[in-house]
Design a protein around this ligand. Sequence first.
Ligand SMILES: C[S@@+](CC[C@H](N)C(=O)[O-])C[C@H]1O[C@@H](n2cnc3c(N)ncnc32)[C@H](O)[C@@H]1O
Length: 256
Amino acid sequence: MKRRMLVIGIGAGNPEYITVQAINALNRASVLFIPNKGDDKSDLHRLRRDICERFIEGSDYRLVDFDVPERSKAGAYSADVADWRAAVQSTYERLLSDEIGEDEIGAFLVWGDPSLYDGTMGILDAIRSSGKFDLEFDVIPGISSVSALAARHKVALNRIGEPLTITTGRQVSKRLPDTGGNVVVMLDTRDAFASVTEDMDIHWGAYVGTEDEILIAGRLSEVRDEISRRIAEARDEKGWVMDTYLLSRGEDGDID
Ligand SMILES: C[S@@+](CC[C@H](N)C(=O)[O-])C[C@H]1O[C@@H](n2cnc3c(N)ncnc32)[C@H](O)[C@@H]1O
């Protein structure tokens, strides 16, 4: 079965993060797939729908909601992730087979940028390799939460001539990467910054770019309790938090 897809980065929060290329891609798509990640995250579902309504001209398109399988946390991390990816792959295969035709173009609206902690391209590659579909897809980059965080704090990510490491809360809670440069932490469900012993600067942001945005910056030793408190409050209020932060060793970054 021949299928054509677009993987469109929609930016990480503010509808105005969407690029002209993404708007053009939205307007090329006949079927737009909108993920449901449970009641707690209905804000994100609504934002994707709002983007379609705001930026697509005319009404010659369909929005198709689909439920994203939940990842089990019962087993070993890598086994749970593999099971979850297989479940998402079969969901995508069902969408490709049942919801779009050969002469249509389908689109996934990916939060932020599709290259950063997002499995959409990998899963489409796996589907293509499986030979079940003659699948072609194009990718439109988006403004990631990392770019949005840096812009909102008006700070460069790297120090002069040094590397920048982007990693997860899971990794940082084990130990801070020893790559030497600054560190951006994403997907932190365990307040990993609280266990960092080196006294670094932190630029932290939750729900960056949205109307719920919270930004805090300072020496880790001075602001870590406040960040933990704001995370706990936000979790109580909304049920979920999406936050990203930059840990840096003082000096501002620059070009190299
Ligand atoms: C599955 S990853 C997706 C990242 C996305 N592809 C990107 O380009 O930003 C989800 C993580 O991205 C970060 N994130 C996404 N949107 C964010 C936002 N608006 N504010 C703060 N962090 C955000 C959080 O660390 C969250 O746990």
